[in-house]
Structure formats: C-alpha cells, structure tokens
Write a protein that binds this ligand. Structure first.
Ligand SMILES: [Zn+2]
Length: 233
C-alpha cells in the first residue's frame, strides 16, 4: 500500500508522526491484476510490481530506493515442494532479492505449523498483526512475525539505518511541504485584502513563487517515496 501524507501541520513532523513508507498493511490485500497465464513466472514481475505497489511484501523495502533489478518474483509456496504452483499468479509475490534469498525454499513442517510458525503474506494474512515498524526497526507481534523477522534477517543493522534515514528525510520533506502550504495560504489571504492594483500585482507575483516552491517540495517527497496514494473513492 503506498504512503498517505499526514494531513495538516497540527500533527507536527517528528519521525514518529510522519507516515512510515515501510509500514505493514493493516488489511489483507485483494489482488486486482488479472495477468494472462504466462508459462515463465518471471513474466509476472511487472504485474506483481503493480499489484504490490513496488514494495517487497516481506520487508516493505521500496524498489525505487534500491532499484527494480534488486527485486524479483517470490514463490510463496516454494516451487521445489509445489511445482504445480510455479507459474500460478496467486502463489507469486513481489519480493526484494535479499528477502528472497533468505526465504529460499522455506515451508513450515507440521511441527512448525502446529506452533504457529510460518511466514505471513499480505493476501492470506494481516501483516500488521504479525509485524510492525517502530521507526526503521521491525518488531514482531506474533510467533510467525518473530520467525519472519529472524529468518529473513529483517533487522539487519545497515537496513535499519537506511530505513531510519528515509523516514527522517520523509519527515523533513513533510515539514517543508507544510511550511510551503502555509505560506501559499497566507499570501492568498493578502492578495484578497490588497488595497490597490499595484499591491495586488506584487502579491500575485509572490504567490506564484510560493506555489512554485510548494510544487518543488512536493516533488522532493515524490522523488523519495513515490506518488501519494490516490484519494479513496
Ligand atoms: Zn524484502
């Protein structure tokens, strides 16, 4: 799920208040893409990328931060054990190469299943009920979450550092957008109250600059974490 911008400046811009682009979804994902039945599972990658908003379903890394070539197709049920699902869209997920290589051929055995040990996926499970982000670190909230954090090495120190840096940069970009929005509103008010044609013209020129600055700040945020989530219809 893409990020949503915090509305209004009242929430402040401390890192814990800004949208964390890595956060786990709070609802199950319902697949929307219906790709043709490719024989080679790799051909599903563009659909999976769109389906899962360019984020690894397990660690939530954004491919715009690491490059699409660092991402691939994960077989949730490994193809060695479930060969018939090798090119079955419902078994395929968008996944960073790092998570994919840690996950490998994992499938819980009966003993593990009895203990609630498995790796959750966003279509069958509510990821948020298993793992949550606290700034750049993943904390587990279930046995399956603990297993996943550990077996996919989700809190590898350089990764935590990278995510924390991104969250801070998002916070800063958000603060600048808030500031720029306020400036635009202030100047708009002044334009309405202008007492002469000249004053109005001068203020309108300032307004154009302020609007340009706002657009620049929004673009900075887009470059960092992608376009905002479209408003719900
Ligand atoms: Zn990953």
């Amino acid at each position: 799920m893409p990020w949503t911008r915090a509305s209004g400046s009242a929430q402040g811009w401390r890192p814990e208040n800004v949208p964390n682009p890595f956060r786990f979804p709070r609802a199950k994902h319902v697949r929307t893409r219906k790709p043709q039945a490719f024989k080679n599972y790799k051909q599903f990658k563009p659909d999976l990328r769109a389906e899962f908003s360019g984020q690894c379903v397990y660690c939530r890394m954004l491919d715009r931060l690491k490059g699409e070539e660092g991402f691939g197709v994960d077989h949730y049920r490994p193809k060695s054990l479930f060969p018939r699902l090798e090119a079955e869209y419902a078994n395929l997920y968008y996944c960073c190469n790092r998570c994919n290589s840690w996950k490998r051929e994992f499938w819980p055995n009966r003993r593990q299943q009895a203990k609630g040990i498995f790796i959750p996926n966003p279509c069958d499970d509510v990821m948020f009920e298993h793992m949550r982000y606290r700034l750049g670190t993943v904390s587990d909230v279930s046995d399956a979450g603990a297993w996943t954090v550990d077996s996919l090495d989700l809190n590898h120190a350089p990764l935590v550092e990278l995510r924390t840096g991104v969250i801070r940069a998002v916070a800063l970009a958000e603060a600048k957008i808030d500031e720029a929005e306020e400036t635009v509103e202030d100047v708009e008010r002044l334009v309405k109250r202008a007492k002469s044609k000249q004053e109005r013209a001068d203020l309108e020129a300032i307004l154009v600059d302020a609007q340009r600055n706002l657009e620049r700040q929004r673009e900075n945020l887009r470059m960092l974490i992608g376009p905002p989530e479209p408003a719900a219809t």
